[in-house]
Design a protein around this ligand. Sequence first.
Ligand SMILES: [Zn+2]
Length: 243
Amino acid sequence: MNDKIASLIKLQDFDSQLDALAQSKARLAPEKENIQSQIQSLASALEEAKKTLTQTQVDRKNLELDVDTKEQAIRKFGNELNSVKSNDAYKALLSQIDEAKKAKSQAEDQVLEMMEKIEKLQRDSKEQDKRFQQDKAAFEKQIADLDAEEQRLQGEWDQKKKERDDYFQTLPDDVRTPYEYRTRGKKRDAVVAPIGVNNTCGGCRTKLPPSVVNDVMKGKDLISCETCSRILYIPAKAPAATA
Ligand SMILES: [Zn+2]
């Protein structure tokens, strides 16, 4: 094979590998973001549950104050019973005492209900907190693994890029220039293409004229596909398939 073609193929291989590494690395960022947002939504749910617990505790405190207020009213009315003059006023006070007792009893029932509710919320919240810590640790492990993978890919990319650039420096201008010209703003695999079965261009699949194939076979000059401009070459024979 023509040396120039061999160099171009090698350069294209280098660049394809570099692109593949960069793509693999780029896929990791959204994965990490996805995990971060799962942690975030678990944390929000936990926060909500804690707020509900706090609010219920405040409600309970208020109801207890309410019970105290009713208690004081009952005592006050009770004291006033001793000093009323008329029968009607006495009856009115008794009825007020009765009302206050009912209201107090209702509030006490509500306090009991609320205490049960708080106990349940506290148990749930503790359980949820424990689960959250476990899930968070698992998610953070996943992120750390992705970070490590990202670093590994970056290291591999840096290494390969250096190899590629060092190799590039060893090449003559008549290889570097056409390569750079053809890769400017283009896909990396658009520089060289093997001639495939039935004499088609391995890049764009166009059927090549026999004269073009003949020129490529002579291997003297760089011959391009007229359709896609890739430089054509005859691929090395694939090793015989083993049974
Ligand atoms: Zn082509």
